[in-house]
Design a protein around this ligand. Structure first.
Ligand code: SF4
Length: 807
């Protein structure tokens, strides 16, 4: 570090320390958080943070001047992105400064939103919960920071004895979770992004990383520019930018992935080309033949597995999937080669699927059967769409059935351990899982008299009014239900705030302290750098303030066994700090207190985390993180592999130490192919698939307010095949109406656009709140994960002149 930078950091640290004394809220700058080579100047300070958007978890350097984010740079010290960002990441600072930030709490009175004080807002929420704690539901997301999700989890399950808490991640990666659990007995990928640097073959299963995880995809394409050979095989239902970079494109029918994976396994066995030694030592076979199938399934013999898979010949798979038989043989031949490394990548395409758990398990099975597992570059890997879908939802367990650290509410010993860590009275945690997302909204939008037993819902950091499937039924039906009360904390007005009864202005990203966990088990930390606008406040503070109001009202659940507030934070002298008062919230680092409490939960499933201060120093650490003899903390890149994972028994090459069969083995599953829940027919002859685009992040709430991103992709559209358009006399750019059995949506047509669907398929991105394609999508969901299928339903395209008027 040069002398100028040292002087700057010292000055900045002193200034920040001085401002703490004066009661301001910015933390002392950590000298090792800024990298060399960034511009310096009077008053310009740099600090690290993970990007606010996708689950890749790139690190950025954030430049702050005069209390405002003025610059963003890729963080060269970050292993994930090595200084690179995608177009969203370079503009992430702009998301703070949209003109219409919410800055005051707003209560709907006589149909009109009226400004109220925070005291009134917190009191209103607490009173509704106090009056009817069991009919309250908390809906969050994979954008909750780890401490925010942990606070919400403890508030609901430990404090209110209410398990009606679920995240929007149910809509994007729940099937990945159930796939990992069914196969390994524990969630999350075994490998890491290094697999992308070392694979010889990359297979993308219904996945478009060139647009959705561009920095990760560039790790692969960069290798080609250095002269390395990497074969990319894109299996999808439409051509995308990933296809443009692929050596092979295998176009499948919807649900074809299930048949393809079965076909590969059939050939591996038929040709005696599977990894017999790996399977004998490390795997069992499983089927789901029980009347009520479970994630553990039933053991079946290898012979039984052979018999069941026998019918999935390449020719039969071609019929089911549309992929030519010789391409199925090509895939099986690749998996049969043991001297190459194969990585599979997937995201929503395999997860938003009524056979989501099955297809996740089957792709794991292909890798296990072929032995393409556990060596760098040999990995079945799911990616997440949100920055902390892993860190918060999967690890903290903010799902209706889960408790932190891989525990579940249905197991008495897990409830007992959680009650112990929380020091709440025995029996506080209910053994009955709460409502998953689709059910939660069904119960909220159904009249109370008709059995709709959720009456108050608190939504934080997500936008269900745009993302839920079949919006007319699951969201819009809330209108006119007088006794239903929707509370929404957000940063901008959204499709969800449009129906809210109470709107709370939230702080976002570097306006607050935070921690995220990315797709490769990497836990990341950042400090608050700027103040939020107006009266916007931290989501975590909101939860604590509501809890404290209930404590004051005498709610017994808000007291621990010693009669103290469940979120009590004490100073070094043992005095309680009133963190429920916002002007005292940053008197201490609440994130650190919550994280250190949460850390106790993480050892049971070997998801061990390091102390908070280790994350302050690092650009994230991949769990399990284990303390070494010299006091340092070591992360783990490859779980279950003896060469890297400290929990594998000495001398073992692999050990699946959370095996659901309790014998250290993973499960290779057989699932029978099933057709999609709704198929095109005479009335609705097209497949409708939905998804995302490079420029916008999910519902576009943030990115559509960044002019560079908004100009680059101003509107949603429907991608159509030229011949389908010609047959219907539809022209490029013409506005058409998409109709399904559930709703309608008007969109301009894009023929031969960025994505190119085959005949009979249309594709619509969901980022545009002025064109809500989720009016049309289907709420049918996977039986295990309860994740809905957004990738396929029946629809028709109607020229505007003959279409119904949208309602
Ligand atoms: S959006 Fe994703 S890929 Fe792009 S910079 Fe952010 S974390 Fe990286």
């Amino acid at each position: 570090m040069n002398n100028d930078r040292r002087a700057l950091l010292k000055t900045a640290a002193m200034a920040a320390a001085g401002s703490m004394v004066a009661g301001a809220t910015l933390p002392v700058l950590q000298a090792d958080q800024a990298v060399d080579g960034l511009p310096t100047g009077e008053g310009l300070e740099w600090n690290k943070a993970p990007c606010r958007f996708c689950g890749t978890g790139c690190h950025v350097q954030v430049g702050v001047e005069n209390g405002r984010v003025v610059a963003v740079a890729g963080d060269k010290a970050a292993d994930v992105n090595k200084g690179l960002l995608c177009v969203k990441g370079y503009h992430v600072g702009g998301i703070l400064y949209g003109k219409d930030r919410l800055t005051r709490p707003l209560l709907r009175k006589d149909g009109k939103l009226t400004e109220i004080s925070w005291d009134e807002a917190i009191e209103t929420i607490a009173q509704r919960i106090f009056d009817s704690p069991d009919t309250f539901a908390f809906y969050g997301s994979g954008q909750w920071t780890i401490p925010e999700g942990y606070a919400a989890q403890k508030f609901m399950k430990g404090g209110l004895s209410n398990n009606h808490i679920d995240p929007n991640a149910r809509l994007c990666m729940a099937s990945a979770v159930t796939g990992f659990l069914a196969t390994y007995g524990v969630d999350e990928p075994a490998g890491c992004y290094q697999d992308l640097d070392e694979c010889d073959v990359l297979i993308t299963w219904g996945n478009n990383p060139a647009e959705m995880h561009p920095v990760l995809f560039s790790r692969v394409t960069d290798r080609r520019s250095r002269g390395e050979q990497v074969r990319i095989i894109d299996i999808g239902t439409r051509r995308t930018r990933t296809t443009d970079a692929a050596n092979d494109y295998l176009e499948m029918k919807p649900h074809g992935d299930v048949a393809i994976s079965l076909g590969i396994m059939h050939l591996l066995i038929e040709n005696d080309n599977y990894d017999q030694s790996f399977v004998e030592k490390h795997c069992n076979f499983r089927g789901d033949e029980a009347d009520t199938p479970t994630l553990q399934g039933e053991p079946i013999s290898e012979e039984e597995f052979r018999q069941r898979i026998a019918k999935y010949t390449p020719e039969h798979v071609e019929e089911l999937s549309g992929v030519p038989a010789d391409k199925i043989r090509m895939l099986a031949d690749l998996f049969g080669q043991h001297d190459i490394r194969i990585t599979s990548l997937w995201c929503m395409g395999m997860n938003q699927h009524t056979m989501g758990t099955a297809i996740n398990s089957l792709v794991h099975g292909v890798h296990l059967l072929s032995g393409h597992f556990g060596r760098p570059g040999d990995a079945p890997t799911s990616l997440t769409g949100q920055p902390s879908a892993c860190g918060t939802v999967r690890e903290v367990g903010t799902l209706a059935h889960a408790l932190p650290g891989g525990r579940v509410v249905t197991k008495p010993e897990h409830r007992e351990q959680s009650e112990g860590f929380w020091n709440v009275r025995e029996g506080s945690i209910s053994e009955v899982p709460g409502y998953h997302t689709v059910k939660m909204f069904e119960q909220f939008t159904k009249p109370t008299a008709a059995g709709g037993d959720i009456t108050t819902m608190f939504v934080q950091v997500t936008n269900p009014g745009q993302t839920l499937p079949n919006l007319n039924t699951l969201f819009n039906d809330k209108q006119g239900l007088e006794d239903k009360f929707l509370i929404v904390s957000d940063v901008y007005p959204t499709a969800t705030t449009a129906l809210a009864d109470l709107i709370l202005p939230a702080a976002m990203w570097v306006e607050k302290n935070g921690m995220f966990g990315n797709s490769e088990r990497r836990t990341q930390q950042w400090f608050k750098m700027v103040d939020p606008p107006g009266e916007a406040r931290d989501d975590c503070w909101m939860t604590i303030a509501i809890a404290h109001k209930l404590f004051e009202m005498g709610h017994e659940g808000m007291k621990d066994k010693d009669g103290e507030f469940i979120f009590a934070v004490k100073d070094d002298a043992g005095q309680e700090i009133p963190v429920w008062e916002f002007d005292r919230y940053y008197d201490t680092n609440v994130d650190k207190h919550l994280f250190e409490e949460y850390r106790q939960f993480t050892t049971m499933k070997h998801k061990n985390l390091a102390p908070y201060e280790e994350y302050v120093k690092a650009r994230g650490l991949r769990w399990p993180v284990v303390e070494q003899e010299d006091g340092s903390w070591r992360e783990t890149k490859f779980r279950f592999s003896g060469f890297d994972d400290p929990f594998v028994k000495a001398g073992e090459e692999f050990e699946f130490y959370h095996s659901s069969s309790s014998d250290g083995r993973a499960q290779i599953w057989f699932h029978e192919y099933q057709p999609p829940p709704e198929m095109p027919d005479e009335e609705y002859p097209m497949w409708l698939c939905t998804g995302r685009v490079l420029e916008h992040w999910h519902t576009g709430t943030m990115t559509r307010r960044v002019s560079q991103l908004s100009r680059a992709m101003p509107t949603a559209y429907v991608e159509m095949h030229l011949e389908d358009a010609q047959a219907a006399n539809i022209r490029q750019g013409e506005i058409v109406t998409i109709e399904s059995r559930r709703g309608v949506c008007d969109l301009p047509v894009w023929i031969d656009g960025r994505g190119r669907p085959p005949r009979g398929t249309i594709f619509v991105p969901f980022f545009d709140e002025t064109k809500l394609i989720n009016n049309c999508t289907l709420e049918a969901y996977d039986p295990f994960s309860k994740q809905p299928d957004y990738k396929k339903c029946a629809a028709r395209v109607v020229k505007k002149t003959t279409a119904k008027v949208p309602s």
